[in-house]
Design a protein around this ligand. Structure first.
Ligand code: MG
Length: 388
């Protein structure tokens, strides 16, 4: 990215947890960034408020029913207003945009990310599902277009930060840290009866509902293993997971001389966000600092793959490759949505994912159309497993 002018940023999903924190970062560095595009699915009021403050060139409201309201509020401010999912794919291509922060939830991030890359925009990737579903296709397309994908996920940002200055040195392996979530140390009998409210209480991170459930079930770490494979060009056996309940060490890289580099800090998503959109600069920030005296023990333990079957399922899907990670993701999105509606119990979520991985036809070299079809088909099968 050029250094001579302000970075023009498009934020897809600006009203969510990552989006609002990104705007906080940007508001602290008005000399560095210009907001070009903001988008939201349903949060029209917050989108209007953000647009009035940051004066983007354009906004997209996903839900067509809210278009009139957003248009009435922002047209007088000379802000272009679009609606519908298809508009996401066109606004990311606008001339002035340098970097697109993809903070949409789930599979919905795939098509806009492909459009942004095809238009040569750098990606600050907060939507890990995009790489889970179509990592091979996305990374190949980014390489062809000379587009960089900067990780926003805290673990992947940690690894990226460790790699700066080391890009010519091969990675022996990486170690992703996992907090273990609210149910660390529990067994399957306990998980049988846990509620949505319990699962939504993450010990260290304040995040959206979907990722919080994924953290409690360890699916989040499974998705991150797949994300890491594609971001850093690794094989599955080069990606380890260690449970680190304090969430201070955000992840580690081991090089071929056996040396390990780690990145540490208090859990605060604003740091990975600003590193991604401000790369290669470290922008001055006054966020609370980590104090070693407050953490006399940083601990590490092996993940429990028997209790938290999702992590093993993700490794299996990665191993199988093809459209398997796409199946894993779609089945999980349906399962999590059903858990959040109290339609299925906690353990049933992994069962749905496992069943879908067994049932959906395997495709070894999927095209984009195959991914779209696999996603659609998996959602139908997963939905049937919920009502049965
Ligand atoms: Mg993460």
């Amino acid at each position: 990215m050029e250094q001579t002018h302000k970075r023009h940023v498009a934020i897809l999903g600006s009203t969510g947890s990552i989006g609002t924190q990104a705007l906080d970062v940007i508001s602290r560095h008005p000399d560095q960034f210009e907001v070009e595009v903001l988008t939201a699915e349903n949060s029209a009021d917050l989108l209007i408020e953000q647009a009035a403050k940051f004066k983007p060139n354009a906004v997209v409201i996903g839900n067509d029913d809210l278009y009139d309201k957003v248009f009435a509020a922002l047209d007088p401010l000379d802000i272009k207003v679009y609606s519908g999912t298809q508009s996401l794919c066109s606004v990311v291509m606008m001339d002035k945009i340098d970097v697109v922060l993809t903070a949409l939830m789930g599979y919905a991030g795939l098509q806009p990310t492909i459009s942004a890359i095809s238009a040569g925009k750098h990606i600050a990737l907060a939507n890990k599902e995009t790489l889970v579903v179509a990592g091979e296709l996305i990374t190949a397309q980014a390489k062809e277009k000379g587009v960089n994908i900067y990780p926003v996920d805290s673990e992947h940002s940690a690894i990226f930060q460790c790699l700066v200055g080391e890009f010519h040195n091969p990675i022996e392996k990486i170690v992703l840290t996992a907090s273990g979530g609210p149910f660390r140390g529990k067994d399957r009998a306990y998980l049988q009866t846990v509620t949505k409210a319990q699962a939504l209480k993450h010990p260290n991170w304040d995040m959206g509902a979907k990722i919080t459930i994924d953290s409690a079930s360890m699916m989040n770490k499974g998705l991150e293993v797949i994300e890491a494979k594609w971001l850093f060009g690794l094989s599955a056996d080069q990606v380890d997971v260690v449970v680190h309940p304090q969430s201070i060490v955000h992840s580690m890289v081991q090089f071929e001389d056996g040396s390990i580099k780690a990145q540490l800090g208090l859990p605060d998503m604003r740091i990975p966000i600003q590193f991604a959109i401000g790369y290669p600069n470290r922008l001055k920030a006054n966020y609370p600092r980590f104090n070693f005296a407050d953490y006399p023990a940083l601990t590490f333990e092996k993940p429990d793959l028997d209790t938290f079957a999702n992590l093993q399922l993700a490794y299996d899907a990665l191993d199988k490759a093809g459209n398997s990670p796409c199946v894993l993701n779609a089945a999980n999105e349906i399962a999590v949505a059903a858990f959040l509606k109290d339609q299925v119990g906690f353990l049933k979520m992994s069962e749905i994912v496992k069943n879908c991985l067994d049932k959906i036809a395997y495709i070894s070299n999927p095209t984009l159309e195959d991914y779209v079809e696999t996603d659609k088909e998996t959602r139908i099968v997963a939905q049937e497993l919920i009502v049965s």
